[in-house]
Design a binder for this molecule. Structure first.
Ligand code: AMP
Length: 596
């Protein structure tokens, strides 16, 4: 196919925003080309050279492309800059300047496959001298291009080809071009795409073998499956009703979704929810997965969450986002923001594709597959059959640092629905609108030895509030964040005078620290919110018979309250009133904010 013909279609596509018109243009185009030319065509249409998950990038900066335009059009660089200032689009500038050339290099008009292979060569040239090579290839292409062709080549190279063709429009068009366009045909094309994330592959298969060819597109290690998505619900009673009174509730971890592909041999690959490869950003997961997964190959899915290495507690999501997209300092970040992957699904195990199994089967398989390690764990789950059980589990999830629960249907139809959002999974989150307004002065009642970087020192302190009615100290959090190195270093010395061999009678807690202290030292902490807790006894029974209050995401503010003694620290009553004032601020529990 001539590139000029494709460009003519690009122009028609750009000129319309109507889906049906777009589809008609695409159907014409798809039918015109040879099946083996379809994958490149489909990728080009999406502004890509390969399916997105392969992460092929052209690596051409704006300045480099501008130089190529100048060289190819024989225009002075100044003319390019001036035109660019006016047009705001280097593609249009290339188009404008192209006709001014004395004569186009002789030679045949560009074919689509030539443009595609030229662009591929640009993408694959890396390392020393690659910038010059990229320019040379681009100049060669542009020198042979008509003005209209040059416009699209430049836009493509800069990642600015915006034809407005969405992937589902291509799916639709494929079902019309190579099948009867019925609902079933579209569903079959879409399902093949959801399984493979590769529209080029789907296009070629359906063009060659029709709908039955699509069935051959299965799940493969190394090729991400489009993730199953959840609906939301405003309350737990509704969740249970939709699931006919019985559901598996899981912690809804707040982190990054990760699909891990573990081949029989060779490196593990990690994909994000948007199917980008994120393997390089989490080397510790790559290293840990093979020993955490008992049988290979396997494809598993989970949430990657930052954990506090000292307290083993979950940390806020924002910390893990620091690890995204990073190329440098990976080692330091690995230590600063350690992560753990909580696995919640399995899509392939050995030679068995598990996506078509109902969820209870998949969970059973996952439980047999995952060996809990420091870096990889199974997501916490409980099957509930009543509202009170569901509420209890929800509170546990919040207390554990999660953002809510994910309810999963146990029905026969609860297969893994790649790429689909439905009520087979329902998320129920608690939104809080305000961070805890006030700080809390906690009494140090215990310490835990640190590990990793903090080995040999205290890694976290156990804090309590004072309950004057009972004259005792009730624990409400374990704090490991907010201490700088010097403070950490000095902690054992500072606390030494208060060290005691056994737990003093006046201290109430379910936790057993490495070192106990007589209540004396007070420090200031802040946190995200107060939550009901099955672990901490502060104010137990005041809100609910079997739950106390705990501070979520506690952090030392750096302020020692030397002006306070243990009895003048924050009291249980104050903690309760903080909890209550916060409850008034919390918007009613809701299923969540905008689109995921
Ligand atoms: P949202 O991003 O709010 O739509 O919630 C859906 C996301 O929750 C999923 O894409 C996962 O990244 C995440 N998630 C956390 N825990 C779980 C879990 N146990 N099961 C499924 N998804 C989970």
């Amino acid at each position: 196919m001539q590139f000029a013909d494709l460009v003519a279609e690009y122009e028609r596509l750009e000129a319309t925003s109507k889906r049906l018109e777009m589809r008609a243009i695409l159907v014409d185009l798809l039918r015109k080309v040879d099946p083996n030319q379809l994958p490149p065509l489909v990728y080009l249409m999406q502004g890509e050279l390969r399916p997105e998950f392969e992460g092929v990038e052209l690596g051409v900066a704006d300045s480099l492309a501008a130089r190529a335009v100048a060289l190819a059009t024989h225009a002075p660089e100044k003319a390019v800059t001036e035109s660019l200032r006016r047009t705001g689009d280097l593609g249009t500038t290339a188009e404008e300047l192209a006709p001014k050339r004395a004569a186009r290099l002789e030679g045949e008009p560009l074919r689509v496959d030539e443009v595609y292979s030229g662009l591929t060569r640009i993408a694959t040239s890396t390392g020393e001298g690659s910038q010059e090579l990229k320019i040379r290839i681009l100049v060669e292409l542009l020198a042979r291009a008509t003005p209209g062709e040059a416009k699209y080549i430049v836009r493509f190279v800069l990642g600015k080809l915006r034809l407005g063709v969405r992937e589902m429009t291509i799916v639709d068009a494929l079902s019309f071009a190579f099948a009867d366009g019925s609902k079933e045909a579209r569903a079959a094309v879409e399902a093949a795409y959801n399984r493979s994330s590769d529209l080029g592959l789907v296009a070629e298969k359906v063009a060659r073998q029709g709908l039955k060819g699509l069935r051959q597109i299965g799940i493969e290690v190394g090729r991400p499956i489009r993730p199953m998505l959840a609906e939301r619900s405003p309350d737990l009673a509704d969740v249970l009703k939709r699931m006919e009174g019985r559901a598996a509730l899981e912690y809804k971890y707040d982190g990054l979704r990760v699909q891990a592909h573990i081949p029989a041999s060779g490196p593990v690959k990690l994909f994000s929810r948007r199917l980008e490869q994120i393997s390089a950003q989490f080397p510790e997961l790559i290293a840990a997965l093979p020993s955490s997964i008992r049988r290979r190959p396997a494809i598993v899915e989970g949430e990657c969450v930052p954990v506090d290495p000292e307290t083993d507690e979950l940390r806020p999501f924002q910390e893990v986002s620091r690890r995204r997209g990073r190329k440098y300092d990976l080692e330091r970040l690995q230590e600063e923001v350690p992560v753990r992957l909580f696995l919640f699904d399995v899509l392939l195990e050995g030679t068995t594709t598990t996506v078509d199994e109902p969820f209870p089967e998949r969970r059973r398989c996952l439980e047999g597959l995952v060996k809990d390690t420091e870096r990889v764990r199974l997501a916490t789950q409980r099957v509930v059959t009543s509202l009170s059980e569901a509420e209890r589990f929800f509170e546990e999830a919040i207390a554990a640092g999660c953002e809510g629960v994910m309810a999963k249907s146990l029905a026969d139809g609860s297969t893994y629905r790649a790429g689909a959002r439905g009520f087979w999974w329902i998320k129920y989150k608690r939104e809080y609108t305000h961070a805890l307004a006030d700080s809390i002065d906690g009494v140090v009642v215990g310490a835990f030895y640190g590990h990793g970087r903090r080995g040999g020192r205290y890694g976290a302190l156990l804090l309590a509030v004072y309950n004057p009615d009972e004259d005792r100290f009730e624990s409400f959090c374990k704090v490991g964040s907010g201490f700088d190195d010097a403070t950490l270093e000095a902690l054992p010395h500072k606390l030494k005078p208060y060290e005691v061999k056994e737990r003093p009678e006046s201290i109430v807690t379910e936790l057993v620290p490495d070192v106990w202290f007589r209540p004396a030292v007070v420090l200031e902490v802040r946190g995200a919110e107060l939550t009901l807790s099955p672990i901490h006894p502060a104010g137990k029974g005041l809100v609910r018979p079997d739950a106390g209050l705990a501070l979520r995401f506690p952090r030392f503010t750096g302020r020692w309250r030397d002006d306070k003694d243990a009895e003048t620290a924050t009291t249980t009553a104050e903690l309760l009133s903080l909890y209550r004032s916060q409850v008034r601020q919390i918007s009613k529990p809701s299923g969540g904010e905008g689109a995921p």
